[in-house]
Design a protein around this ligand. Sequence first.
Ligand SMILES: [Mg+2]
Length: 258
Amino acid sequence: MSEGSAPPSTLPYPPIHKDKKFVVLSDWDGTITTHDSNDYLTDNYGFGKEKRRQLNFDVLEGKSTFRDTFHDDLASVAANGHTFEECKEILRNNIHLDSGFEEFYGWCKARDIPVIIVSSGMEPLIRAVLSKHVGEEAAKEIDIIANDVNILPDGKWEIKFRHPSSGFGHDKSQAILPYRNLPNPPTLFFFGDGVSDISAAKHADLLFVKTKDNGENDLATYCQREGIKHALFNHFSNALPAFESVVDGKKTIDEVVV
Ligand SMILES: [Mg+2]
């Protein structure tokens, strides 16, 4: 999972938000949502949780790539005969947003701070869940940088990776680095929880790492192990005070990280 030159992207990027003082990039699954939607599909409709977790550990130990294990997770759902439309409905009915996210998003919107969703999931599934919770219109205006889906003529489907040559499948650092390269880069915030966030997490000025009661706190484990400074949160509502204090200049980043 080395980071050399930028991997070619099979999918377009939304325009860069230039001349902003602050930009928020956030993971979707397990960060904005209370449960990871792809894990939900794999655990309940694919090969199950035990195998999925084993594959996660293989990635953390460097035995496999996120791209390959994630592909296998989703392929197990499709192999069990679940169509993409069915998956959309399952997720719309079972995936919920972090209770503090809408307030956080509103706070950012009021201060002209762009919020960009950066996900290893598939954009159509993210929009489907988002539109159910925040409405069609609001769901349309949020930038999403994610993977996509290939739906085959026989109705079968597979994930279409944004960066097939990257071990991440979607190298999230490519969503954050263009902001770093602006003449006057904004302060960059990244919110994440998992293995797929590692590539972007290290480029944020302030990294918020979500911890969850289910113990699947792989990004927190990684940051502790690698000594990457971060602020922990378990709901957007308790990330907001620290975020707000930095945006308002009442605290420095060093004062809110561990
Ligand atoms: Mg996640």
